[in-house]
Structures are given as C-alpha cells and as structure tokens.
Design a protein around this ligand. Structure first.
Ligand code: ZN
Length: 650
C-alpha cells in the first residue's frame, strides 16, 4: 500500500517516458494505475504487427499508427482523468532540448538503442533531472537509477559492445559456428549480392600471392549468360575448395590447429542428383516468399541439414537470387527477415563449419545468430516496468538512499530472480559526467578530419550535432543552417588530414568537441602515432580515458543491427548459447564478484550470497530492443565494477 507521502509525490510529479514499446506499454499502464497524473511520452515509431503479441495497448487496427498516441488513448480508457501528452517524434530532435527536460521531475527510459539512451543521459545530466533507465533481453533485464552528483551516469560504465572478431578468425581460422555465420553473412553474402565495390576479405591470399588478387576477384563476377548452376559450382568450389587449399598452404597457421578439409561440389553432390533440383522448379508459387529450402524439399527450419542438403540449398538459393531477384543483386544487405538470404547464409555457414570440423546448426539457430536474436518475453517487460515505477517513486520522494539498481536474472540465484544492488558512484574518468579529457592516439599525417568527426565524435562519443574547436578556432560545425561560405570551408576541412588543417593538429594538441543540444563538452588530447596493430587496432587509432562501447568493427553489419554488430573488447570472451543463438559477454579478469555485490547491498538475502561456481548467473546489463519482432542481444557486464565504491548518499 502506498503511503500518503508516496501518493503526494506521485500525484504532483510530471514524468517523461521515452519509448512506448515493449517496456513502455507496461510502464505507461503501471504509472497510470499507480496514481501518476501527468505523463509525457515520446516515441518515434509506429505500430507493427509483430508488436501485438506483447505491446498489449495496441491492437490489429492500430497497425501503422503512432505508438505514443495509441498508447495514450488506450490508457485513457481506464484512467480518463489523467493527462498523457504523446509526442510522435525522435527524442534526438532539437525540440527536446535541455529546457524541455527541465520541466520534468523524473525521466523514465524504455528505449531500444544505445544511441538514444546516451542522448537522454546527457540531457538529464544537463537538465539535472533524475533518470531511471531500463532494458530487457529475453528473460534478462535491469533497472538502474542515475542522479547527477549522487550516482554514476548511464555512461560511466562502458556499454555492451556488439561483438566483432579478429579478421583472421573469420577469414582463415574459424573455431566456432558464429565465426562461420559472420563469414557467410558479412563476407560471402556481401560479396555475391551486396555492393561489389566494398572492400572484402573473402579471398584467402597465399603467402606467395603475387598479383593473383585481381584474377581471384573476378571469380565472383558472373559471366554474361553464364548458367546459374555453373556459376554456383564455380563459387562453391572456389570458396569451399580452392580457398581452403590455399589456406592450408600456409603451414604455420595450422601448427596448433585442426586443419580444415577442402570441400568440392563433385564430392558432395554427384552431377546426377544435382541436376534433379531443376525439376522441382515449378513447385514455387509466385505468391509465397521465394524459398530455396522449399524447392529442395526441406520443411522444418529446426532440422540440421546434412552437408548434401546444405549444398543443395546453397545452389538453389544462389539460383533463385539470380533468376527471381536479379534486380536486388548489387545492393542487398543481409536482413534476418529475408528468407532466401537466411537460407543462403545458413547453407554457406554450415558448409564452412563442416570444412572446419565445427558442428552444423539449423536455419532457426542460424537466423538467431545472424540477427543476434533473442525473443522478447512480455513478462520480463512487465516486471521491469514495475521496478521502474518503484524506483521512480523513491526518486520523487527524495529517498535516494534506498534507490537500487535491480537485475532480473534468467535463473534464480539463491532463490532470487531479482537482484538489487546499491547504485555506484560516478566514474571519475567518465567523459560525460566528469570533465576528464580523453587521449586519442592516431597518425595526424593520415587521419582525416572527416574520420575524426564520423568515427570518433559521432560514433564513439555519441554526439548528435557536434562542433570541433582547436583552441578558439572553430574548424567544424554540424548543421543545416550554415552560411554557404562557412559550410564550404568546413567541407574543405573535412577532407584534410589533421596535421594540415588551418590550425594544424600535432602531438599534444587539445581538440575540443561540443554538442550544443546535449550541452556536452569534451577535450581530446592528441598523440601522434605512426604504427598500429592491424588486428588489434584496425581503426588505426586508440581512444583512451574511457572505455568505448561502440568501436566500429570490420564486421559491422548493415541496416538495423549496425549498432549491434559484433565487437569483443580485449577483455571480453564471447560465447554463443546455442539454444538461443545468444551471445554472452563475460568480462574476464574484472568480472564483478558477488562478494562485492554483497558488500554493496543492504538486502539480507544478498548478504548470504557467496561467490559461486562459474556458471553462476552474474547480473548483466541488457538493452531492450523490443520494437521489432525479435530482440537483438546486447549483454553487458561490469568491467569497472571492481574499482567502484558504493555511493554515499547524504
Ligand atoms: Zn558518467
């Protein structure tokens, strides 16, 4: 039962909810039923059919309409007297500035991406409004509280980094099925169906390669009027046979590794059985999605196909792309909802897995891995929404001492599924909430300002409308409303390397970057460096002083999952849970010990926790991706946990 003071706090509060999706629907309902009377909701999305199974404020008839507006109408039906203000808009748009945020007592996030979360964090810091942040992935979830000057901010801890893998692991020495999937999706699929001009590491180069690279490039071009089957056979033999032979020639690679086995078409599918495929052609109905597995006679996506079946699917998918979707070829990017693309990637990944002695997987599992999919669980969203409201009420009462971060676990840990942890104090090296400068090592003679702005300022630092200064000299500013000559000047600067800017950047130069909307300023000390490790530092720069969440990877996938594409920090081990296709990151060496959670908690049940076996579920931060049919995994751990002190709240 709510106390009088709680009710007063709730009634008088003006709250901003960001996101009206999986968590947001639950949250808006729970807020309304808890007595909140002034709620503002921002969501840029419209309702999709795939939302209806859990975003229960929405019905079939709402498909295509604004989530924020429909959610409001649905809740007003059972709480007609309250005020709900919907905004069908992007929270990053300029209207939602610091002044806008200042009007709220608390901000509640139910977002689906890192970018927007970082943006809201910065606005809350600038407006000095408490933020209750949340996320779910499958059965996992968390709610965290961020209050300027009292707790860490959302960005004090590095956030989950979509995984990436060393290039050589993908191109030459895969040891897990996920490596084969990345190869099939980001290299082979991209090479055959995507933009051919993109640099691609598909071809294996032997040590005495010479200038054969040009001729091997041509292998992937289909000759004019070349029979699709002949073309398919050529590709197949090249990537699964010839390339493996080439790789085997690099003897030293295999000293401590199991050697792969080259696979040639003729060994898997004798000509006769191969040619039978064509006869099934007329099975394809025009009105159903084009499917190679259907043509081949495979029906269950959960079956693991044999090498021969994978080979048939590979050919059939390639043929169908050429014959039925020719206009797509050249600009396709992998999409987990594209049946034929998933079939092709599954078949190619399995054939490669077979070659390297890695267990094969079903189409269903491969789709999960390729799209980093974890299915959303409505109950988790409901639990998390309830916890958000509990924390919001504490914040509104000024009861900061009792605020908790709560982790929703997949399996009970000492009979607990919800693990409360006292909030941490701010990370003193956080560039967002402290003024700590960052150190950036790069080659000032080679690194262009454009790359600095795009890859570092926007991508890594998450700035939306940045400007860049050297001392008092403005060298770049984002925006549409610039004078022509100013814009032209910035455009010229963007193409220059840092050392050749009007104010040259050399070792020791301090660059100031600023985002006026986020009211965030950050100083970056430049250190000139010429040599970079190709594998460990493929971006040819090192940003320190803060652990970057969003390092751009060589294997960045396209489209919606681009921010989730894979990356493994040096301290991170990645494993794939084959049941769910989910990747888990475990920070090695600095993993938070339960004894630390123990010390950080008042909860008597937690007091009894002891560091447990290796399979003990450690709380992991997850990010909700609940706006689509499936969730994309972004699991987090606590790399800095060991260094943190608990918050002393006065
Ligand atoms: Zn911070």
């Amino acid at each position: 039962m709510a106390s009088c003071s709680q009710l007063d706090a709730v009634k008088g509060a003006k709250v901003l909810m960001v996101g009206a999706g999986g968590i947001g629907c639950e949250l808006l309902k729970t807020l309304a039923l808890s007595g909140f009377e002034d709620i503002h909701v921002i969501d840029m999305d419209t309702i999709e059919v795939s939302n209806l199974n859990r975003q229960f404020l929405f019905r079939q008839s709402h498909v295509g309409q604004s989530k924020a507006k429909v959610a409001r109408d649905a809740v007003l039906k059972f709480r007609p007297h309250i005020n709900i203000t919907p905004y069908h808009a992007n929270v990053k748009s300029p209207e939602f500035n610091v002044e806008f945020f200042k009007q709220f007592s608390v901000v509640l996030n139910g977002l689906d991406n890192l970018d927007a979360r970082r943006h809201v964090n910065r606005l809350c810091l600038a407006a000095e409004v408490p933020l209750v942040e949340s996320g779910t992935t499958g059965f996992l979830g968390q709610v965290t509280v961020h209050i300027k000057g009292k707790t860490e901010c959302y960005e004090c801890q590095p956030k989950p980094t979509p995984k990436s893998y060393p290039v050589c692991t993908i191109t030459s020495t895969p040891s897990k099925y996920v490596h084969c999937v990345v190869w099939a999706k980001d290299l082979l699929f991209a090479k055959l169906f995507g933009d051919r001009n993109q640099v691609n590491d598909l071809n294996v180069h032997s040590s005495d390669d010479g200038d054969t690279s040009k001729s091997t490039e041509d292998v992937f071009e289909r000759n004019q009027n070349e029979d699709p089957e002949k073309y398919g056979r050529r590709i197949y033999d090249h990537v699964f046979g010839y390339n493996i032979e080439l790789a085997l020639a690099n003897e030293e690679t295999w000293i401590n590794r199991k050697k792969p086995r080259p696979i040639y078409m003729k060994d898997v599918l004798p000509i006769e059985s191969f040619q039978q495929n064509g006869k099934l052609d007329n099975c394809i109905k025009e009105d159903v999605a084009i499917s190679a597995m259907q043509v081949v006679g495979l029906t269950n996506p959960q079956d693991i196909w044999s090498l021969a079946e994978n080979t048939k699917v590979f050919f059939e998918a390639l043929r169908l792309f050429i014959e039925k979707r020719e206009k797509d070829i050249g600009n396709l990017t992998f999409d987990k909802d594209d049946q034929l693309a998933v079939e092709f990637v599954t078949a190619a990944a399995n054939i490669r897995a077979s070659s390297f002695g890695i267990p094969m997987h079903s189409l269903f599992e491969t789709k999960g891995i390729a799209g980093n999919i974890v299915h959303a669980v409505a109950t988790t969203n409901a639990v998390i929404a309830g916890l958000i409201v509990i924390e919001a009420v504490k914040v509104l009462q000024g009861d900061f001492c009792n605020c908790r971060m709560t982790y929703c676990l997949e399996h009970p840990s000492r009979k607990m599924l919800l693990m409360p942890v006292e909030p941490f104090e701010a990370n003193k090296s956080c560039y967002v909430c402290s003024e700590k400068p960052l150190l950036l090592e790069l080659n000032t003679q080679k690194y262009r300002l454009r790359d600095f702005v795009e890859k570092i300022v926007r991508n890594k630092l998450g700035m939306n409308l940045p400007l860049v200064m050297i001392g008092a000299n403005l060298i770049f500013e984002a925006g549409d409303d610039l004078e022509d000559d100013v814009a032209a000047n910035y455009a010229r600067n963007l193409e220059k390397v840092l050392a050749e800017l009007p104010t040259p950047v050399t070792s020791g130069t301090v660059l100031t970057v600023e985002d006026l909307q986020q009211e965030l300023t950050c100083n970056i000390v430049i250190k000139h460096r010429e040599e970079f490790d190709e594998e460990k530092e493929p971006d040819e720069m090192v940003l320190t002083g803060w652990n970057a969440p969003n390092k751009e990877s060589r294997f960045t996938s396209n489209g919606e999952s681009s921010t989730h594409s894979a990356q493994v920090s040096e301290r991170t081990e990645t494993t794939v849970d084959t049941d769910t296709g989910r990747e888990r990151s475990v920070i090695t060496g600095t993993k938070r010990k339960l004894s630390e959670i123990e010390a950080a908690s008042d909860n008597s049940e937690i007091q009894s926790l002891k560091p447990n076996s290796a399979n003990h579920e450690t709380p992991q931060q997850v990010i909700d991706n609940d706006d689509d049919e499936d969730d994309i995994v972004m699991l987090d751990a606590f790399p800095e946990a060991g260094k943190k002190k608990k918050v002393e709240v006065s």
